[in-house]
Design a binder for this molecule. Structure first.
Ligand code: SF4
Length: 333
């Protein structure tokens, strides 16, 4: 039986691409690549995710973590960034390169994506689709079933593995053809088109760009820290993250890495924090003042509070007053 490997985002277009090819009697294996910028939380519940996709859409999916090559690419994407810190063209090249390398493992004869020509301004123009194909080493082996009739026949079509007549000719930004096709396949509860990738979100993208400009070595843990909580660049170079609620406080506890300090007020309710790269006493003092500032105010009790800094190697305690808002305005990330 012919097998195809699909690049699977989980969005409607990738679902439909899989189903269009599977409808020809071809076994489709989907792979969803994850990094802390997209899909990473699924790694903790891979089986559950795979079961949901199988039951809802009839598609077999596996996850693959490509964080390390992705971090390196994001520092200097050869085709540049989009509006924010999103390297969409090089992102696709990297994911397709990884998918091509997996073809043998899954005995796949060709690759599939849900791309539609003209749908996205930067990464889905005709010339860009060709560049992506070429630079990922996928020329001829990449089938885009939703718009295949608007493109040159691929090897799979030329060799008769796929019937080109049963492929589609979608084009442009309209969603109606996809919605109608979803109805034909009985797919109803599909995800609506929306971000899903933090590199396209202005605020998050700025934080990530700052991190890249500041740290030569990218750590998964740090990227995960960047994506929630309140962030402050302290005057002497340290970076402080404060939780905004119980759930975030809990996540910070789990993400405090060797060399970082976990910060909190042991005798009063308030945020948990992670302090990274602190060396100067003034950064410890500033962090303590911020923890007290965002802690719970208690009527009739002095604003002065004890703040505990705990790393794997040492503990420090500081007494601090809440830091005045005017003092830290420029520190927010
Ligand atoms: S939006 Fe994000 S995941 Fe999608 S192509 Fe661009 S960088 Fe990659």
């Amino acid at each position: 039986m012919t097998k195809a490997l699909a690049l699977f985002s989980g969005g409607l277009d990738s679902l439909l691409a899989c189903r269009v090819v599977a409808a020809q009697g071809i076994a489709v294996q989907a792979v969803k690549f994850v990094t802390p910028f997209f899909g990473y939380e699924l790694l903790a519940r891979e089986e559950d995710y795979a079961r949901t996709v199988r039951e809802r859409y009839g598609i077999e999916v596996v996850l693959r973590d490509v964080s390390e090559p992705y971090f390196a690419m994001l520092r200097n994407p050869p085709h540049g960034y989009g509006k924010n810190f999103n390297p969409c063209i090089d992102c696709k090249i990297l994911l397709l390169t990884e998918a091509r390398r997996l073809m043998e493992e899954f005995s796949a004869s060709f690759l599939i994506t849900g791309e539609v020509i003209g749908q996205r301004p930067m990464s889905q123009r005709r010339d860009t689709l060709r560049v992506i194909e070429r630079d990922s080493g996928c020329t001829g082996i990449l089938l885009r079933p939703l718009c295949a009739k608007n493109l040159e026949p691929t090897l799979a079509e030329r060799e008769g593995l796929v019937d080109r007549e049963l492929l589609l000719d979608f084009n442009g930004r309209g969603r109606q053809p996809q919605i109608q096709l979803a109805e034909q396949f009985g797919i109803r509860d599909y995800p609506r088109p929306a971000g899903g990738c933090v590199l396209t979100e202005e605020h998050q993208a700025k934080r990530i760009a700052w991190y890249y400009s500041r740290y030569p070595q990218v750590r998964t843990n740090d990227i995960r820290l960047l994506l929630f909580g309140r962030h402050f660049r302290l005057p002497h170079g340290a970076w402080l993250v404060l939780g905004r609620d119980e759930a975030e406080n809990g996540r910070l506890g789990a993400l405090c890495a060797p060399g970082d300090f976990l910060v909190h007020m042991p005798e009063r309710s308030g945020p948990m924090g992670v302090l990274h790269g602190a060396e100067h006493p003034e950064d410890f003092a500033a962090a303590a003042g911020l923890v007290v500032r965002f802690g719970k105010k208690m009527a009739g009790v002095s604003a002065l509070a004890t703040v505990l800094f705990a790393s794997r190697e040492e503990e420090r305690r500081l007494e601090a007053e809440p830091l005045g808002d005017e003092l830290f305005q420029g520190w927010s990330l």
